[in-house]
Each structure stands twice: as structure tokens, then as C-alpha cells.
Design a protein around this ligand. Sequence first.
Ligand code: F6R
Length: 642
Amino acid sequence: MSTLLEKTAKDISYKPVGQFEETRFEKIHNVIFEDSNEGSIQVAREISDLIRKKQALGENCVLGLATGSSPIKVYEELVRMHREEGLSFSNVITFNLDEYLPMDKSNMQSYYYFMHEHLFNHIDIPAESINIPDGSLPQEEVVDFCLAYEKKIKDNGGLDFQLLGIGRTGHIGFNEPGSHFNSGTRVITLDHITRVDAAPAFLGIDNVPRKAITMGIATVRNAKRIVLLGWGDNKARIIKQTIEGKISSQVPATYLQEHDNVTFVLDKGAGSELTRNKTPWLVGPCEWTDSLTAKAIVWLCGKTEKSILSLTDKDYNDNGMSDLLSLEDSYDLNIKMFNKLQHTITGWPGGKPNADDTSRPERAEPAKKRIIIFSPHPDDDVISMGGTFDRLIEQGHDVHVAYQTSGNIAVSDTEALKFAEISNTITPSTESQSIIDTLLNKDENSFDVAEVRSLKGAIRRAESYAATRYLGLEDSHVHFLNLPFYETGTIKKNNLSNADIDIMADLINDIKPHQIYAAGDLADPHGTHKVCLDALFETLKRLKPEPFMKDCWLWLYRGAWHEWDINEIEMAVPMSPDQVLKKRYAIFCHQSQKDGAMFQGDDSREFWMRAEERNRNTAAKYKALGLADYAAMEAFVRYKLD
Ligand code: F6R
């Protein structure tokens, strides 16, 4: 029987959602899984098969390992296999890719700590078989260490398997842009983008080390088998560049195009920019579903710089869409698409009373709807749908807003100190004084004590009330859920539990909403939006038998981190210039998140600027497609609950 290592990458029996196709665009074998869980389990299986195969031969198995968010589930699965299936690591020797410099092993941000926390502490690997670059060495010893590290890998017969993640700069290990094809283990200066990405874990970019020790490109390339993990929309752009672009030292991961046994294991988000997924009509024949047709027509308008109703048969033919024309001519395709988009536009997000609603996004009845707007953090509501929020209140609906998390970790110490001092001036107390002392003496890497977290949560609550009062919502309609999963005081959150779902279910049961709005904006850097959406789905599943649920519609908004594509939008709510300003002022109420918010992600603009630009862009795109010309638009997708 052939084993994985004897097969070429293309033979590997992964069961991806979209099978790998050799296309004229792709230069690296890749498989796309439904989600990162499925992909990670498959990779863990490949690793465990290899370990067992080597065991049977009485050989060591030499693994190159990565850190970061990408491999966490692979390690989780390997630990499970050790515990439940008796997978032994006694013959495994590991070499980690990299470590920050300087970095102490005991530091929670060290890769040494990470690897022990996620893998080594839970398996039977001998301590002497673990190799991680040492970030605590004095400068004069580092070069010799790197040479010895490289030699040790060779002396052990080279890497049988190398696990990789990829940075947004295209780094593998910490081989940043400019890295040489033949580079070995060495010291590297981290790219600014890499440091921005690491900033949340270090509680601010100033605390992120500027250097690291990393295995080189040649060290990685010499591995017999390489698997690179890519999860999430944030990685989509660099994954496309790596798989489809030219080999270049500016995107070091492209060097992997020259390796003959490499697989990229992706989820749908990370694979979404690949040509075969983004514009499949450019690759081969397509199954023309309604949504693919809409996507293709919007793309064609962009490509030809024409409005929908101006597209001709020739435009379709010239751009890989001739098979679509064999089903319908361009005139019919254009009209259908125009009407579809036209019907998404409404100034009545809660439904227009006494109007024919057959081609409107929302039902006319009941005229006054009960509505809950779920906001993951205390500000996503106004950032992402402030204009729609305002209209729903003005149009007389029974609107409630529910802030799912306290958002306390995003308030800076300086901001908190200001409030603690004001409070202590008005009513001096030992509690306020102790918070002031704690904040003044806090070491930049330490986490907040409960009292400070509670003050920071209170600041965000007060800001939220300022915004909802400004929009005219009664305080009794504002709910702070403080979901427990979030309350760790660190970036790393707990898993969802029944306690979270109970809180959500109580509120929904109480209000029995006709409409729920929730964040479908899954690109936030800490993943809180995704957990909040999972919590909502879980709750709605639980509540499904309740009679009110059959009349409950769920609308997903975006805006803080990214926006829906035009072809996905099912409700577009226009805003006048005045409404744009009103929304801006509502966002301004969240002062702790202005002027240098702690967690900006990779976009240095303030949240109001991002939201305004996205809303303006959506309107501009509608206009370019030949629809009405609005100042701005908020966009929603309806999530069907069955
Ligand atoms: C980590 C490493 C890096 C990461 C990359 C992606 O050992 O070498 O190349 O794999 O920065 O990081 P995540 O997985 O956190 O997105």
C-alpha cells in the first residue's frame, strides 16, 4: 500500500469541497474545505499517518512546526488523537520555524510558551526532541545558534514534513519580503504589517519585538513534504498572489511554487480570491445559478465600465460568459439583473405599511414590528447600520438594541484613568483610588484586574447610551448582555457555553422579534463577531419550535471591517447627506474608540471613516450599475433560518 509520502501532492486523498483543478492560473496544489475545522482534521490525519508509518519502520519522524492562529486546531486534533487513539510522539523530533527576538521562554507571547500550551504539554514527546529557536540568547551567540539549528535539522535527516501558516506579507516562517531563495536559519527584521498583526497579542504595537529568528526559505524548501494552512477572508488576497502570481522575493511564499510536494489547505474564505472561485467563468464552463449569474454580471459591468442595461452580447462573449448567453440573451439577462438590484433598494427597512410588498425586501405586515439589533461590541450597531437604526426608530417600530459583549478590553488605560480620576474627584473612595493606583502602576504587558475591567465596561455602556439617546431610543430598550465567553480580560476568549445561549434566548423570547439584525461581518481581527453570530445561530436553533419564530427574519449587516459584495445584497437602505452626518455623530459618541482605538486591525482609519467610505462606495456602485444616485447606502443580506 502506498503511503502519503510516497504519493505526490496531487494524489492525496483529501476530500475538499471544491476539487483541485489544474488551471492556467494556479501553480500550487490546493484544497478548499468547508471550514478550518475540517481542513485541520485532515492535516492532523496526514501527520499522524506519517508518524505511525515511521514508527512501523523504526524511524524517527522529523516535523517542522508553525505557531500563530492557523495551526491551533491541527494541534488540538493531534492532542485528541494522542489521548483517545493512543497516537504516540515518542519517535517524533520537532523543529519550530521561528521565535521572536528578544523573547524569554516564560513570556506568554513566546512561541516556546505557545507550543507547550497547545501541543507539547499534552503529548508524550521527549523533551530533548523539541527544538525551538532560542529568543533569549545574547546577541553574540545568535549567529552560531542559527548555524547549529540548521545543522541539527540536517543531522536528523532533514524535515519529513513542514507545517506552515502564511502572513499577510507573504511570509512563511518569518521570511519577510526580500528573503532570499537560498536563505537558512537567521535573524530577520519583522515587516511592519507583521508587527501590526501581532499587536493585539502584545497589547499594542510598541510591545511587539522588531526581530525574530527564523528558519530560512531553503530550510523550508528542503522539507520532503510541505502543508500550508490558510484560514479566513483576511488571507484570501495573499493566497491568490502566492498560488497564481509570479515567483518573487517580495512574496516569499511564492518560492513554494518550485517545491514538488506542497499542498495549501484552505477554507472557503481563504480560497475566495482564487480565479476559479472568484471569476470561474474565466476558467471553464460554469453551472449558472442565479447567484453566480448576478456575481458575473456585476463583475462584467466593472470590467467593461458599463451599466447593466448597456451590456451587449459581445461583452458577455468577450469575457468568458458565452455559455450564459446560450440560456438567455443579453437583453433579458440585463433586465432581470437590473430589476433584482432595483428591488433591493428601500427606505423602509422595517417594511412599507399599506404597500404592495411582493417585490420589496421586507414584509408590509405587521406595520409596527418588534426588532432586535444585536451588536457584538458596544458600537457595531451605529458603525454598521446607524442610518437604518435611525429610520427604524423614526418609522415607529419597537426597536431594541442588545450589546452582546462588554467590549471592555478595547478601552485604553489612559481613557480608564481619566474616568477613575473624575469619579474619585466627585466622590473620593478607596475603590476608585485603588483603580487609579493599579492603572498608574500597571506594567504594559499585564492584564486588567476585575475592577479595571468593570470600569472599562462601564465607560462603553455610558458611550452606548449617549449614542442610542441621540438616535431617540429609550434606555429601557438598550440591553447589555455581557456574554460570559468574552470576559477573560485577554484577546483569547472562552468557548461559547450554555450560559451565553441562555442570556440570548431569554432576551429573544421576551421580545419575540419580527426582525433581528446581526453582524455578519466576520473579518474582525479577534473573531468576536463570528462567536457572536455563532451564539445567535445556536440560540435561534434552540428557539425554533416557538410560534413567533416562523415570523422572525434575520438580516445580516457588515461595515466595520468589510462590506457585502453588490451581488449579495438583498436590502440596500439609502441615506441622504444629512443622515450620513447623523450616523457620524452617533459613532462619535463612542469616544473611547476614537482617536487611536486600541484595536484598529490593519486599517488605520477611524471606524466612522471606514463606515462612511463603505456606505458611499455601495451607493457609487449602484449608480455605476445604472441605478439611482444616493449619497450612501447601508447593505444587508437576509439569512434564511430554515
Ligand atoms: C509562525 C510563523 C508565521 C505564521 C504567519 C501566520 O510560526 O512562522 O509565518 O504562520 O504569520 O500567522 P497566523 O497563523 O496567526 O495567521
